[in-house]
Design a protein around this ligand. Structure first.
Ligand code: MN
Ligand code: MN
Length: 320
């Protein structure tokens, strides 16, 4: 079977070629995804956004800034291209302006992707896409342990008469039994909310929550201890990374920025601290190139996607 890897940067300059993620081969038919261990897949949908829009251009922006990524991850000691057959599978179909229709399209396409056995890394898109993605993931794997890195819980049921937005996906996912709350954790929550009830909402729904303030006070290692204990030794896990978990200083190009967020280093250490755990899928959402400054957010997002790929590489090596 073909082992897919990027073109050789020692032969072809990094600025050459078509912009797939990391200059990986583009597999444009779902059937061929069985040739890959992990596929990067865009979900360019932002009709779920309630404030700024523009995350539809997130996948293109992250791909653009992914050109400099190199194979070997020094801290985790893994060559991602040696360990994994990697491809860019292009973008899922969406219908701009039509959320329920687009969610149905995303779920159907994600189910087809998962049926090949490939591990998907989805690039959003606004955070509403996590709901149809989790529907597809849970249909294949059962309820998942969720690691959600986000300034916001996205558990609000009540916006605009109860309609789905990027503020609601995990409330719906809990209602539909797509997430196992007892094994799930939200990290990085902060910012003013509507009332005291919002602060206790994750726990009342059975989730663990580590606020940004707690993380700043007690550090990354203490957070990791709680996360690992929460996730347990086995069972399917899904990681959802909202770029606004980072402070706007590091990630200005996003839709609902909140001050006091994680630094790039804190987030890198947090993700690397998950090495050894396997995940059945990942998403990285809410990157908005139009609000970015000097492509900072897109560059960081590309590197975070690389960290997630490295987690998959370490997990595969451990399972071998
Ligand atoms: Mn979010
Ligand atoms: Mn958020």
């Amino acid at each position: 079977m073909t082992h897919h890897r990027p073109v050789d940067a020692l032969v072809y300059p990094r600025f050459e070629g078509i912009r797939t993620f990391m200059r990986l081969p583009h597999l444009d038919t779902t059937e061929r995804l069985a040739e890959a261990d992990l596929a990067v897949i865009g979900v360019p949908f932002d009709t779920g956004a309630t404030y700024r829009v523009g995350a539809r251009f997130g996948p293109a922006g992250v791909r653009q800034e992914s050109m400099l990524l190199r194979p070997y991850h020094p801290e985790l000691g893994v060559d991602v291209h040696a360990e994994l057959s990697l491809v860019d599978a292009g973008d899922l179909p969406v219908t701009p302006g039509y959320l329920p229709e687009s969610h149905a399209q995303i779920e159907e396409a994600a189910r087809a992707v998962l049926a090949t056995g490939v591990t998907p890394l989805f690039l959003g898109g606004d955070h509403s896409i996590s709901l149809p993605l989790l529907r597809a993931v849970a249909a294949r794997h059962g309820p998942v342990a969720l690691v959600q890195l986000d300034a916001h819980g996205d558990l609000w049921p009540g916006y605009f008469g109860g309609k789905d937005t990027h503020g609601t996906p995990f409330r719906r996912a809990l209602e539909e039994g797509l997430i196992d709350p007892g094994r799930s954790v939200q990290i990085g929550l902060r910012g003013p909310v509507y009332g005291a009830d919002d602060v206790t909402l994750p726990e009342r729904l059975g989730l663990a929550a580590i606020s940004a303030d707690t993380l700043h006070r007690h550090g990354v290692e203490a957070a990791l201890e709680r996360v690992r204990a929460r996730l347990g030794a086995d069972g399917p896990r899904y990681l959802s990374l909202d770029i606004d978990v980072l402070d706007p200083v590091y990630a200005p190009g996003t839709g609902t920025p909140e001050v006091g967020g994680l630094s790039n280093v804190q987030l890198l250490q947090l993700l690397r601290g998950l090495a050894g755990l396997s995940f059945v899928g990942f998403d990285l959402v809410e990157v908005m190139p139009a609000y970015d400054v000097g492509a900072l957010t897109q560059l960081l997002a590309a590197n975070l996607a690389y960290e997630l790929i490295a987690l998959a590489a370490v997990a595969k090596r451990g399972a071998a």
